[in-house]
Design a protein around this ligand. Structure first.
Ligand code: UD1
Length: 366
């Protein structure tokens, strides 16, 4: 085994989790290689995050691209294995819950290489979500499990994970947010997208369970329709959603003067637009956490969340595709009766430090 660490990222929600880890690895003088699997590859789904967050060029690019789950996962495994065999790193760090996370974990463990999972233990208890499968399997075989909130530790313990593998370190994405907040506030995103502070809602939508059938997508579009009667909506559209809107002939719902459509946007613009928004409507995982940290009201278009602390302490409400629930919450926000949100333990900008300190002590102290 060499003294090398591999750090893996593959899809959009991974990129904001690796920047603070890179910074700490460098500070600790731990040699590492950054691997980009290429699960996301469009400039506005990938490159822009490297630019916005000042992330170096990947040392290794697997360029796998889009495909079915089986093909995409398998392609990552086949390509990743070659590099692992050659470099024999001491540790592979994976983040989040995307196909790249699971694929690289599987390959590493079968070569007896240690794996650390950042953002372990989150559970939606919805096995139809591809991410839930990725989370469950990654956590079962990882050696170090770094958690963001108390529920994660409870889940892992219930699943029989040895407690000494688990460390509650806080939320790595909040490290990135804190690092970039000032810079994001200084750019002119409102002007660029023709928006006014607190006079718009921000919308994101891409979960297969919401956008892959006409029926589910139409239900969500009805909620959006109610919201656009009250306030302007800014909607950067994910490629999957765009494709399905065209295929199901549903674009008419979005052709309204109060809805502004855009291509997916970069990290800094998105952060700026979150800070200045009146509310956020989303089916994303990470945005529930970012909005809670920023104390912006957020309504989640899913039946469950793997991040329950954002509901208990944060500004999040799970509304699913329930029109009445959505309407009630929207009305509460507009009458200033919506919950305020509290600070969350260890979401403080020091998570990467805690993680790399633990890794150093375990693997690099003589
Ligand atoms: C993936 C992750 C999900 C994450 C989401 C964020 C898994 C199982 N899912 O889902 O957890 O929340 O990313 O975006 O890993 N596409 C492009 N350009 C790209 C990337 C994708 O056009 O750069 C298109 C593909 O052709 C495909 C669709 O978007 O049709 C879906 O992409 P894919 O990465 O497979 O899944 P996501 O839905 O993005």
């Amino acid at each position: 085994m060499s003294q090398l660490v591999y750090l893996v990222a593959g899809a959009r929600p991974n990129f904001m989790k690796i920047a603070p880890l890179i910074k700490e690895l460098r500070l600790h003088k731990i040699s590492y290689k950054l691997i980009h699997t290429g699960q996301h590859y469009d400039s506005n789904m990938s490159r822009i995050f490297f630019t916005d967050l000042g992330i170096q060029e990947p040392d290794i690019s697997l360029n796998v691209g889009s495909a079915s789950h089986a093909v995409q996962t398998a392609k990552i495994m086949i390509k990743f294995e070659k590099f692992l065999v050659k470099d024999k790193p001491l540790l592979v760090i994976v983040v989040g819950d995307v196909n790249s996370t699971l694929a690289c974990t599987l390959v590493a463990k079968k070569l007896f290489i240690n794996v650390a999972h950042v953002e372990a233990g989150l559970r939606s208890f919805d096995i139809r979500m591809p991410e839930e499968i990725n989370r469950l399997l990654t956590d079962q075989i990882s050696d170090l499990l770094f958690t963001t909130e108390e529920s994660a530790e409870i889940n892992l313990t219930r699943e029989g994970i040895t407690p000494s593998k688990i460390s509650f370190v806080g939320n790595i994405m909040i490290d990135t947010l804190i690092m970039n907040l000032q810079k994001a506030k200084e750019i002119n995103s409102l002007e660029k997208f023709n928006l006014k502070e607190k006079h718009y809602a921000l919308l994101t939508l891409h979960r297969p369970s919401n956008v892959d059938t006409k029926k589910s997508l139409e239900k969500i579009l009805r909620i959006i329709d109610y919201l656009q009667e009250k306030i302007k909506i800014f909607f950067p559209i994910h490629p999957r959603t765009q494709k399905n809107l065209n295929e199901f002939n549903l674009e008419r719902y979005l052709q309204k003067k109060n809805i502004i459509l855009s291509e997916p946007i970069g990290y800094l613009d998105f952060l700026n637009l979150m800070v200045n928004s009146k509310l956020i409507l989303t089916d994303s995982g990470g945005i529930q956490e970012e909005a809670s940290y920023l104390k912006i009201p957020i309504l989640t278009l899913r039946k469950n969340t793997e991040r329950p602390i954002t509901v208990e302490l944060g500004t999040n409400t799970i509304i699913g595709d329930d029109f009445n629930k959505a309407k009630n919450c929207i009305d509460m926000i507009f009458s200033n009766n919506y919950k305020i949100g509290k600070d969350i333990e260890k979401w403080d900008g020091n998570t990467a430090k805690r993680i790399i300190n633990i890794i150093e002590e375990k693997f690099f102290s003589d």
